[in-house]
Design a protein around this ligand. Structure first.
Ligand code: GLU
Length: 460
């Protein structure tokens, strides 16, 4: 049997972090078994589904590389098929038309609740159907016994059948319910394994009987505990229950976010840092925890910091430029080249692309950056003279890092200066800040010509 998994989000909002993790687990499981991972957008709830949400979900999944092995299925496009399946169930007697009106239904529900019994419409056994009455179609649930599901995550779970209402499959306007649509689509897409949030565990028992009623095999289920905040409470905005797009804007990179999400509720020994390929080679559905995982922003940052360093310089330069342009800085002809040459210096002390970008404002200026009053105050006449002398030295200085270091040390000795007497003001003139990479790295990164130009601009 070839494994087929799916991620089936409802497009009622952005792709949140829990959804991304569900998608990832389904992806990893399919990859592990050499199977197929599919995406289905569950837009049957037309009042709550929006095109904007469909777009945001697809966008987020694309960015993470979890968009599915085939084009996404839109659930609403399968309505004709959903109705046809119900026709078959009616014909085989596993479902029935229920003509109760709202008042009758309310009374029936109240009575069932009072007696601790499931909802069973009297129409279950009636054949005297009115010719034109409005009806819903309900499934016939079993009255006796219990239903057991061997869940990949939760183990063996069971429910008393007398708790199962004869749920609605088709509404009176002929539209399918969520419960029906999920089952029909999963069957038609050949889904063999369903990994999803454990808030759907109760649905699994109900869906089990829809499969039975249709005469289909029931797929395997794995219900994953939800993600909680670091304080153990249900994940809220305050904890980081944001859209994947928000993490992207915060400067997380797909490899970092995916690595962190894989560890959220699943583990492989003590392994913390691993690629998607590694995770897929390990992810066989075991070792998914049964208790809620805790979302920890600091850990996410630490994992992301590792993956940030693996990013190729050209790509990093493009990400930094994209971020900076959004902040109102525009790149000039040399920005990308400088960023590529120096990106390693910035990623060393960064956890996110934003951390990298925030160190690079001086690569977006033409010539010297605008100095703050405080910074400008440090560049007095003496300092200017010193820097201009240094600029003169630089015009014939070596361009190799070791040699330049030695040459600068010799120059400082000859001038009777300490390193910081050059380093601090030169960093300020070049970058606007004292907190910048090493002098030699700056000089070689920008080039001696630009260094000299910036010194002259401020010191003449
Ligand atoms: N569309 C459902 C949701 O977003 C998921 C259904 C399922 O995975 O079976 O919660």
């Amino acid at each position: 049997m070839s494994v087929v998994t799916r991620f089936a989000p409802s497009p009622t909002g952005f792709l949140h972090i829990g959804g991304a993790r569900t998608a990832l687990f389904n992806y990893l499981f399919a990859r592990h078994f050499g199977g197929t991972y599919l995406l289905r957008i569950e837009d049957t709830d037309k009042k709550r589904s929006t095109d904007e949400a469909i777009h945001a979900i697809k966008d987020g999944l694309d960015w993470l590389g979890l968009a599915g092995d085939r084009p996404a299925v839109l659930q609403s496009e399968n309505e004709v098929r959903h109705r046809a399946v119900v026709e078959d169930m009616l014909a085989s007697g596993t479902a029935y038309k229920c003509f109760l009106d709202n008042d009758e239904l309310d009374a029936l529900r109240a009575e069932a609740r009072e007696n601790g019994l499931p909802v069973r419409s009297p129409w279950r056994n009636r054949t005297d159907h009115p010719e034109h009455g409005s009806f819903v179609v309900r499934i016939k649930m079993p009255d006796e016994g219990a239903t057991q599901i061997d869940d990949l995550v939760q183990g063996s779970v069971s429910i008393e059948n007398k708790t199962l209402d004869d749920l609605v499959l088709l509404r009176s306007d002929g539209t399918p319910t969520y419960m029906l649509a999920v089952v029909v689509d999963d069957h038609d897409m050949g889904v063999t394994h369903i990994l999803r949030g454990d808030d759907h565990l109760n649905n699994a028992f109900r869906q089990y009987y829809i499969y039975q009623a249709a005469g289909w095999d029931v797929p395997a289920f794995g219900h994953i505990p939800l993600i909680h905040g670091a304080d153990g409470a249900k994940l809220s905005k305050r904890h980081g229950a944001l859209g994947v797009d928000a993490y992207r804007e915060m400067g997380f990179v797909p490899a970092g976010l995916l690595n962190y999400l894989a560890r959220l509720g699943w583990s492989h020994g003590d392994d913390e840092l691993f690629s998607l390929e590694m995770a897929a080679s390990w992810f066989d559905g075991s070792a998914i925890g049964r208790s809620p995982s805790r979302f920890d922003m600091d850990k996410l940052r630490a994992v992301n910091a590792h993956w940030l360093q693996q990013i190729e310089e050209g790509e990093m330069a493009q990400m930094v430029i994209a971020y900076m342009e959004k902040q109102g800085h525009s790149a000039h002809a040399r920005t990308a080249g400088w960023l590529e040459a120096m990106s390693g210096l910035f990623t060393e002390r960064a956890s996110t692309v934003v951390d990298v970008a925030e160190q690079t404002g001086w690569l977006f200026t033409e010539g010297a950056p605008q100095l703050s009053d405080e910074a400008a105050g440090q560049i007095d006449t003496d300092v200017k003279e010193r820097l201009l002398k240094f600029a003169h030295f630089l015009e014939q200085a070596p361009t190799n890092s070791d040699e330049l270091n030695i040459a600068i040390a010799d120059w400082l000795a000859a001038e009777g200066l300490k390193m910081k007497e050059l380093g601090i003001p030169l960093r300020i003139v070049m970058t606007g800040s004292k907190k910048a990479p090493s002098l030699v790295d700056i000089i070689l990164g920008l080039g001696a010509d630009e260094t000299v130009k910036r010194i002259k601009q401020i010191c003449f």
